[in-house]
Design a protein around this ligand. Structure first.
Ligand code: C2O
Ligand code: CU
Ligand code: CU
Length: 509
């Protein structure tokens, strides 16, 4: 039992009777498309569609050799302008929010040396990476700041000042992202800015002719709220993020912001030539789900999911995206008139959260891109499932206090909930009470069914996060290939994750 975990329980006891909290949680989810509670900003918000869209800078390798590329990232506090004329303190990779984009090529090892200049320990997780256990960002494998004199947590691998994360990058092309994953404090750390893209390309994908270069746009969507002084508002019990984890009620069901940031810019507008563009949609919000549409309507042609390309493109009228999920879509702005304005809306939003961003369509230009009918080979047939596990994701008591549980238990890094054998295929039957986007580290999976039906319209392709809606059951087929060791699976509503809804699976060699 770690120091931190005991403090979690102590911290949550401060907020009062569990039953009252339960009622507040119910009030926070009834009839809504996200499980969470709106935290209003206390500062005047800008009008949407006034600020330019921008793409996070691509990080250049510090060096490269025959087998790989070596990057350096410093995590530090910075002051940035998010709202016009307002300075906002953030925590960022290279002092940026989003962090710089890292681009890997399949087959070339990627080594990222992280230096921690923040006032707290950190953990870096590459979400979607098929990563060896020691490099995956297990929530107790902490990277402390240099010269740390505070408390130390036991039960994990620790480093001081800096450490390398080594990624073999043997997996197919995909849109991954990296973010903080410290046990009990992931929600506030990501909210403060610790998130960035990590894209993998491969020659097979390059040969398809999908929109590329400056027509390949990463789109990180994240809601935030701002305080009167311009700082990011978040209801931490302990704003130092050192001692007591958790959030004030009624935010234990999830924190929803009222400002929609796209790549760190509130409701931006992108000038785009009238040509096909690839949008790599990532929901990096703590708790908010989105239903994204274009206005005037136009298809979002889905070419990829969390773990890589679909077998064939799917024209979606809308994309429903939960925290942690990615959808790679192609939008043909050549279908619109030059000068036309196309708005990406969130049909799950209200008031300020109905708008996401806008595109202003420029002149017609030559467009060599295409979207072929075949994008990727069918997945290799998995062996027969050797076992079926039932995992229930529910609101529940965590040592007598309100929290979130898996099969009735809160996260315990020392007690695996599942011990699959390396190479085995299993079926996991996941069920929910509220909205719980369930994410597995290490392995991509396929969604087999939802309830008594087949997979839903947003379940196609290789997934690492499945968007469970209230009182829903989904079955996934997962093969524990690649690496043995200790990994986590959890709800990607980050407040749920921090308040217990995470489990360990240990892959036996
Ligand atoms: Cu996006 Cu366990 O993480
Ligand atoms: Cu992950
Ligand atoms: Cu959840």
């Amino acid at each position: 039992m770690s120091l931190s975990r005991r403090r979690l329980l102590g911290g949550l006891s401060a907020i009062g009777a569990a039953s009252a909290v339960g009622i507040q949680i119910l009030a926070g989810v009834r009839g809504s498309s996200s499980t969470g509670e709106l935290l209003p900003s206390r500062i005047g918000l800008p009008k949407p569609f006034r600020l330019p869209f921008r793409v996070p800078p691509v990080l250049a390798p510090a060096r490269s050799d025959a087998t790989g590329d070596y990057y350096r990232v410093t995590q530090r506090a910075a002051l940035v302008e998010i709202l016009p004329g307002v300075r906002t303190p953030i925590w960022g990779y290279e002092g940026l929010f989003p962090g710089p984009t890292i681009r890997s090529v399949r087959g070339r090892r990627t080594v990222v040396t992280h230096t921690n200049e923040l006032p707290v320990p950190v953990v870096v997780h590459l979400h979607g990476g098929h990563t060896p256990a020691g490099q995956d960002g297990f929530p107790a494998d902490l990277l402390y700041p240099a010269g740390w004199t505070g408390d130390m947590m036991t039960g994990g691998v620790m480093a001081h000042g800096r450490r390398d994360y080594v990624y073999p990058m043997t997996q197919p092309a995909a849109t991954l992202w990296y973010h903080d994953h410290r046990m009990d404090f992931t929600g506030p750390a990501v909210w403060r800015g610790l998130a960035g893209f990590h894209l993998i390309s491969d020659p097979a994908e390059d040969a398809l002719g999908l929109p590329a270069g400056d027509r390949d746009l990463p789109v990180m969507i994240a809601d935030r709220s701002f305080d009167a002084d311009g700082s990011l508002r978040y209801p931490s019990l302990d704003p130092s993020l050192l001692h007591t984890p958790g959030v004030r009620e009624p935010y234990g069901s999830g924190v929803l912001g009222d400002v929609i940031l796209v790549n760190g810019v509130p409701w931006p507008v992108a000038e785009v030539p009238a040509a096909r563009h690839r949008l790599r949609l990532l929901n990096a919000s703590n708790a908010r789900r989105y239903r994204l549409t274009l206005d005037p309507p136009g298809p979002l042609v889905q070419v990829g999911a969390d773990g890589g390309l679909l077998e064939s493109p799917v024209a979606q009228e809308a994309v429903e995206i939960a925290p942690g999920e990615r959808f790679d879509v192609v939008v043909d702005f050549g279908r619109y008139r030059p000068g036309q304005v196309v708005t990406m809306r969130n049909e799950f939003g209200d008031h300020t959260t109905t708008a996401v961003m806008r595109f202003r369509v420029g002149a017609a230009v030559p467009d060599p891109s295409r979207v072929p009918d075949r994008l990727a080979p069918a997945p290799a047939a998995a062996g027969p499932a050797v076992m079926t596990r039932d995992l229930r994701f529910r609101h529940g008591k965590v040592n007598g206090m309100a929290g979130w549980t898996i099969n009735g238990a809160a996260f315990d890094p020392a007690r695996p909930a599942a011990t699959p054998r390396l190479g085995d295929t299993e079926i996991w039957r996941l069920s929910s009470d509220f909205h719980h986007p369930i994410h597995l580290h290490l392995a991509s999976f396929r969604v087999l069914s939802r309830g008594i039906g087949g997979p839903g319209p947003y379940d196609q392709g290789p997934k690492d996060t499945v968007d469970l809606r209230p009182a829903e059951q989904a079955s996934i087929l997962v093969r524990f290939a690649d690496h043995p060791g200790r990994y986590v699976f959890h709800c990607h509503n980050l407040e749920h994750e921090d308040m217990g809804m995470m489990g360990v699976f240990a892959v036996r060699p």
